[in-house]
Design a protein around this ligand. Structure first.
Ligand code: ISL
Length: 564
């Protein structure tokens, strides 16, 4: 692979700084805490750190509401700490990818403060301001300019008494949407991005970037069970999105000394969209985060739980592998700061925690694309045993609970979904050791540490060669050293099997067979295994490890076989 293509063999590690490591005892993670723990990441072997937002922010959505793009929130540290982080990462051969949150700002950002100050302020048009619906008084229920529902429950419009107009917020009311139709907005964002690259950062993860182009006229959406409209057809992959991304690429990334790594977070992007977004010839972004595989275990909304059916998961991931085989590139993830812990969601976080966590890692990391590891995933961290609503902190969960209970839902039922799918599951502190707050902080952690940290922690995992940590370390090493893992063709096998996830990878004369048993009982995969029973076992998550494949898989066993 060429210099320009280094990222095709890379593995990215996501740090959610609030929950990673706290250096000053205030109970909230910070940049110094991260810098002090970089040896953990170097030992794991990752190439890139994606850092969730550390910019100045009122923290309404834990930093995804930014009030100054060119400063660090005092909770996390200073610009000097970022410079130190970049230097410390580069020293260890790793790179830094910043979170770029430019669909919206905080309502406390000076741009919005000015925009709100009067209808003829020069920045008025930097956001989406609209009069109340014809013939209705502003602030009355139903007077919102469109019927769109916010991602965080309730209407996507907030009434501003002073000017008698509404502003659009697809997320919380403290996250007003920027108006990308206005060229000054785009230029201001580009300038800010260049400033970060000049400072030494290596890439951007772009928050909900496929929502930045809204359909002119802002049409109403189809009314949902909530009584509000689904606006997504009018702002997901909107009319000017490709133009905006190509322009950004031209204005910010081209002509730089080293390649800037980019990944677009894109809810609602189809494979066809993703081919366009990630076609290198079109020069938009390197890869996108799809949400399709995150939707397989829920019904209408993420809160309507349905059990995982393995064929549905395989169908989605298999289609993305095939769809981006010739043009474009996949990103691969089970976890991030918005999702429940994968081992609790798709594995068995009880008796088979280590087995199922290592199985999930094996399946994901043997796909073609760039794998992302979310902090704690490499330790097999699990969902947290949340209690009542007062134990949750996340605005998405709190708003959903208030709305659903307000509409008459059974509170216990709502809590069951929150406990299983709430974003706080991903946000409990990283478990470093078995000390009282798991070595995360000397103070009171902002969200409690999972009680299982006595058993599940980094110190214990590093000391145990059969741990989830060392399995992930081996997976990352395979991607770096075995070309078929990064570059080989992908073929899904047994699409209808409810229990076995099986596929091959091939490059030149080398072929891999990956077999994974998603169940707690031994199985015989329904495959013709001729030619595989004497293949080399490249990786096995069952200690002490198979000498050869016998045709049978142990509970939650995952095997990688190689022949040439
Ligand atoms: O979490 C979600 C579904 O499980 C989504 O509603 C989520 O908000 C969406 O995926 C967008 O996420 C990103 O933008 C949000 C922020 O709250 C998330 O943390 C971020 O990843 C608004 O900036």
């Amino acid at each position: 692979s060429t210099d320009e293509d280094w990222w095709r063999t890379a593995v990215v590690y996501q740090v959610y700084p609030r929950s990673f490591a706290d250096s000053d005892g205030d109970g909230i993670g910070d940049l110094r805490g991260l810098i002090d723990r970089l040896d953990h990441l170097a030992l794991l072997g990752v190439d890139v750190v994606w850092l969730s937002p550390v910019y100045r922010s009122p923290q309404d959505d834990n930093g995804y509401d930014i009030s100054d793009y060119q400063d660090i929130d005092p909770t996390f540290g200073t610009l000097a700490d970022i410079d130190d982080l970049v230097a410390a990462l580069h020293e260890r051969g790793m790179r830094l990818m910043m979170d770029l949150v430019v669909n919206h700002t905080s309502d406390e950002h000076p741009w919005f403060v000015e925009s709100r100050s009067s209808t003829d302020n020069p920045k008025r048009d930097w956001y989406w301001w609209r009069a109340p619906r014809e013939g209705m008084a502003g602030g009355m229920p139903g007077a919102e300019p469109t019927n769109w529902e916010s991602f965080f429950s309730g209407p996507a419009w907030e009434y501003d008494e002073a000017s008698g107009e509404y502003f659009l917020h697809l997320f919380s009311r403290k996250q007003p949407d920027l108006n990308w139709e206005n060229p000054e907005v785009r230029q201001a964002v580009h300038a800010m991005m260049r400033w970060w690259l000049d400072r030494g950062v290596d890439g951007f993860r772009m928050d909900v970037i496929n929502l930045i182009s809204k359909a002119p006229g802002l049409p109403d959406g189809v009314v949902q069970a909530s009584g509000l409209g689904d606006g997504t057809p009018h702002f997901m992959n909107g009319p000017r999105i490709h133009e905006f991304l190509a322009e950004m690429n031209r204005e910010v990334f081209q002509g730089r000394d080293s390649k800037v790594l980019t990944v677009g977070e894109m809810p609602g992007a189809t494979i066809d969209d993703a081919v366009l977004y990630t076609d290198p010839e079109r020069a938009e972004v390197d890869m996108v985060f799809t949400f399709e595989h995150m939707d397989v275990d829920h019904a209408q909304t993420k809160w309507d739980l349905v059990p995982l059916r393995l064929p549905a998961l395989k169908a989605v991931l298999g289609r993305w592998q095939a769809g981006l085989a010739d043009v474009g590139w996949n990103s691969l993830y089970w976890n991030n700061h918005d999702q429940a812990r994968a081992v609790s969601r798709f594995g068995d976080d009880g008796a088979w925690r280590v087995r199922s966590a290592t199985l999930l890692g094996t399946v994901l990391h043997l796909h073609r694309g760039t794998p992302y590891v979310y902090q704690g995933e490499e330790l097999g961290m699990t969902n947290h045993p949340f209690g009542g609503i007062d134990t949750f902190r996340d605005i998405e969960s709190l708003n959903h609970h208030a709305q659903a209970v307000g509409l008459g839902a059974d509170p216990e039922h709502v809590l069951t979904s929150l406990r299983s799918r709430g974003r706080d599951n991903a946000r409990t502190p990283v478990q470093w050791d078995d000390s009282p707050h798991a070595g995360f902080t000397t103070g009171e952690p902002w969200l409690p540490v999972n009680p299982n940290h006595n058993e599940v922690n980094a110190a214990a995992a590093i000391a145990d060669e059969h741990s989830v940590f060392h399995h992930y370390r081996r997976l990352i090493e395979l991607r770096h050293t075995v070309p078929v893992v990064a570059h080989g063709d992908f073929t899904m096998l047994l699409p209808d099997d409810e229990v076995v996830y099986a596929f091959t990878r091939s490059l030149d004369d080398v072929e891999l067979l990956v077999l994974a048993n998603f169940s707690g009982r031994a199985v015989q995969p329904d495959l013709d295994v001729t030619g595989w029973t004497d293949a080399e076992v490249l990786l096995d998550n069952v200690a002490p490890g198979s000498a050869a494949f016998t045709g049978r898989l142990e509970p939650w066993q995952a095997l990688v076989l190689r022949r040439s």
